[in-house]
Design a protein around this ligand. Structure first.
Ligand code: ADP
Ligand code: MG
Length: 236
């Protein structure tokens, strides 16, 4: 069963005289529970595609059907509910709030969703899930990059979203830490059944994927050879 069906999605940015076609017609299906990796060089449209999937940006044309409903047609109220309840985000630079502890950073997501029941307990459980229960009372500046990304993953998962969107989640980590984070995401994907769409230019992430597709210049190309090459590098 497909949880996401993208059809003919284009996104054009008008910058006065100049027009940038960030997405030039994307067709993409994501299965429920799948761990999909979209590889592409800088500027290929990865962030734009994720933003459209997450309801942060709106395609210029095309449809994005999530669980049978086209989110492109959603009015603001429905769209903000979708953003809040269906999607969890993981970013390259973690985006944690420096003045809040790990547990508070995670709990903030629940606070903002007005879902305050057992908030701190659930935040601690999420930190347990990502392997850092002992870091609950520490501030981001007291944590390593890998630990900060674990907090960010806990924050994305604490609401039990159906879909996690990750934008270069290993991009700011060394290779060993990045590989651990990739494996953690894969583990959570299997354990929780959460669908993951991960965009990256880092091939090490492809080692854990169910499927890898490639984005080049706003278009998708299935590229078996590049995938096999990436898997080979990973297993060495
Ligand atoms: N808000 C925006 N306004 C204008 N151009 C944008 C905007 N967002 C992205 N772009 C352009 O769209 C293209 C794709 O960008 P992006 O999706 O960020 O690529 P990636 O994440 O793969 O590096 C780039 O040429 C970028 O400059
Ligand atoms: Mg990007």
């Amino acid at each position: 069963m497909n949880i996401i069906e993208v059809k003919g999605v284009k996104r054009t940015f008008n910058l006065g005289e100049v027009e940038v076609q960030a997405l030039k017609g994307i067709d993409l299906e994501v299965k429920k529970g799948e761990f999909l990796v979209i590889l592409g060089p800088s500027g290929s449209g990865k962030t734009t595609l994720l933003n459209c999937l997450g309801g942060i940006d709106t395609p210029t044309s095309g449809s994005i059907v999530v669980e049978g409903k086209d989110i492109v047609g959603f009015k603001e109220g429905k769209l903000s509910t979708y953003r809040r309840d269906t999607v969890g985000w993981i970013f390259q630079f973690f985006n944690l709030i420096p003045s809040l502890t790990s547990a508070e950073n995670v709990a903030l997501t629940l606070e903002m969703a007005h879902d305050r029941k057992d908030m701190m307990k659930r935040a601690r459980e999420a930190l347990d899930l990502v392997g850092i229960p002992d870091k609950a009372n520490m501030f981001p500046s007291q944590l390593s990059g890998g630990e900060q990304q674990r907090v960010a993953i806990a924050r994305a998962l604490v609401k039990n979203p159906k879909i996690v969107l990750a934008d270069e989640p290993t991009g700011n980590l060394d290779w060993v830490t990045g590989t651990r984070i990739a494996k953690l995401m894969r583990d959570l994907n299997k354990r929780e059944g959460t669908t993951f769409v991960v965009v990256s230019h880092d091939i090490s992430i492809t080692g854990v994927a169910d499927r890898v597709i490639h984005l080049r210049d706003g278009r998708i190309s299935e590229d078996e050879e590049a995938t096999l090459e990436a898997k080979k590098v990973m297993s060495e």
